[in-house]
Ligand binder design. Structure first.
Ligand code: HEC
Length: 143
């Protein structure tokens, strides 16, 4: 192998590694900008990144419903995945008692957890305000 050829070979290898790095970062980048697209909430729900999911719900009029579906429905749905006697959504009788405690008390109990319910209903990334919206969603469908 002549010295000139070696020289050219080294240059070609360096260029190729740079190109592959560029292609790799390009595809990575287009993947992350997809997360900011209109279908983002759907994607996030599918892959379940709670912190990003919750952040994206800021200002969403249906935040309560979406948080409920993602974090609370396993116990509070009308037909829950795990039936551990959580008050079910739509059960007017069950929610009448809780409703009479008032929102502040219900929110405090949800934040601290109660019985089998984990703290913040399992949504550790939810703000207090988002938990309040979620409780309001439950109450609206349970009157
Ligand atoms: C692992 C099951 C589970 C999950 C998940 C869960 N809960 Fe609960 N929740 C319960 C149970 C059980 C109770 C009844 C607690 C008790 O009083 O013993 C309850 C009670 C409540 C109450 C009534 C509290 C009171 O005494 O005033 C509210 C409000 C509530 N949950 C909201 C939520 C919200 C909002 C979420 C989702 C962010 C959630 N829960 C997620 C199991 C769950």
């Amino acid at each position: 192998m002549s010295p000139q050829f070696k020289h050219i070979l080294v240059i070609v290898i360096v260029l190729l590694s740079g190109l592959s790095g560029f292609i790799f970062s390009y595809y990575n980048h287009s993947g992350s900008s997809q997360l900011q697209s209109e279908n983002a909430t759907q994607l996030i729900e599918t892959y379940h990144y709670p912190a990003i999911f919750v952040q994206q719900l800021k200002g969403d009029a249906h935040a309560g419903q979406k948080i409920f579906k993602e974090f609370c429905a396993s116990c509070h749905a009308a037909e829950p995945l795990i039936d551990i006697n959580a008050p079910h959504i739509g059960d007017k009788q069950a929610w009448k008692g809780f409703r009479s405690l008032g929102m502040d008390a219900m929110l405090t109990i949800t934040i601290n957890g109660a019985g089998a319910m984990p703290a913040r209903g399992g949504c550790f990334e939810c703000s207090d305000e988002q938990l309040r919206e979620t409780i309001n969603y439950i109450l609206d469908l349970s009157r």
